[in-house]
Design a protein around this ligand. Structure first.
Ligand code: CA
Length: 356
């Protein structure tokens, strides 16, 4: 009898030692995202994380992803992850600026860093430290969740030749950029995504911004507004993964490592996915609609936008110590990062164009 028990326990110990993944109890999480499940590439990182986590954990860690069509609360993600109804969320940090203005730094800032510069700030400067500091009050962990790259300045029905042309212009442009345009006399409106095409077509609005060719082409804006302005306001919009802190602490070290690796890989991958989608979509758009004109805003307009942006950022900094510290960190890092971007990427692109 005693001998049989010893054999059985020895077999059990051996099984635990040889198949650690199997010894883990299966963890089941739910993730809610701001986007509908079909809205790629924004909906791609959560799907990729779920797939990677399942495969890397040998099926012991399962994440069920729910789009907004299921949970019906696209702007309730932070609250739902904080409250624990969902262990994870996928959204955009700047949607929470009403809860804490410092959240805007972890998406993008008008005239701010490019994707490479911003990821360098997140991972190899103070970005992650400040991000966690800001999200601590919500009892959630926050991680980069995928980047769009430089977004386009938007689709305009009329050409913008001067600051005068902005006065009274009706435009859909959310966030800090909307505040900047409002300062310059634009009549900024917020219209649900589903009504944007009709509003632009019928002239309810004169202009709008969305993302870039890859996502814009599906909305059809290029069919009704011929001027496509280059970007200034969202140079590197980062999505976010939110994780409930208590749920994360309950994970085994192996599951934590798997989740961290999957989130970082899926975030980087969204940038590649959107880059390819935009290159392909732009080729298609310019072929099918040769009347589209890519324009850059005139310099006096851009200078006024930059001055209004700096004024807004400085006014928030004067009222909020945390905001001030993060703004200074970004400005300081961007100064040296941009110098290197100019020496490296900018000069390389210029050189390769010069020799054509
Ligand atoms: Ca946008």
């Amino acid at each position: 009898m005693k001998f049989a028990v010893k054999i059985a326990s020895a077999v059990a110990v051996l099984a635990m030692l040889t198949t650690p993944a199997m010894a883990e109890k299966t963890v089941k999480w739910k993730l809610a995202m701001t986007w509908p499940s079909t809205l790629t590439p924004l909906a791609s990182p959560p799907a990729k994380v779920a797939k990677m986590v399942k495969e890397m954990s040998g099926g012991t860690f399962i994440i069920k992803v729910e789009g907004k069509e299921k949970h019906k609360a696209p702007l309730g993600i932070l609250d739902m992850v904080k409250g624990g109804q969902y262990q994870m969320g996928h959204s955009g940090s700047y949607y929470w600026k009403g809860k804490d203005i410092s959240t805007i730094f972890f998406t993008t800032i008008p005239f701010g860093m490019t994707t490479a510069e911003q990821y360098a700030w997140f991972y190899y400067d103070d970005g992650m430290k400040y991000m966690q500091q800001v999200y601590d009050r919500f009892k959630v962990l926050n991680y980069p969740g995928g980047n769009t790259g430089v977004q386009m300045g938007g689709w305009f029905k009329k050409e913008i030749n001067s600051l005068e042309d902005l006065k009274g212009l009706k435009m859909r442009i959310p966030g800090l950029a909307g505040e900047v345009f409002a300062k310059l006399g634009v009549n900024v409106t917020n219209i649900p995504a589903g009504e944007l095409y009709t509003s632009l077509d019928r002239g309810t609005i004169d202009a709008l911004e969305w993302v870039g060719p890859g996502m814009d082409i599906k909305m059809g804006f290029h069919k009704v507004a011929p001027y496509y302005y280059t970007g200034w306001h969202e140079p590197a919009s980062e999505m976010q993964f939110l994780v409930n802190k208590r749920a994360y602490k309950k994970l085994s070290p192996e599951h934590q490592a798997i989740l961290q690796t999957a989130m970082k890989a899926a975030a980087a991958d969204m940038y590649y996915e959107n880059f390819a989608a935009s290159a392909n979509a732009w080729e298609q758009m310019k072929t099918e609609f040769p009347n589209i004109k890519v324009k850059t805003f005139p310099l006096p307009v851009l200078k006024a936008m930059k001055a209004a942006t700096d004024d807004l950022l400085d006014s928030y900094a004067a009222k909020d110590e945390q905001f001030k510290a993060i703004l200074e960190s970004q400005r300081k890092f961007m100064k040296k990062a941009r110098e290197w971007t100019i020496i490296s990427d900018y000069n390389y692109i210029k050189t390769s164009m010069d020799v054509k």
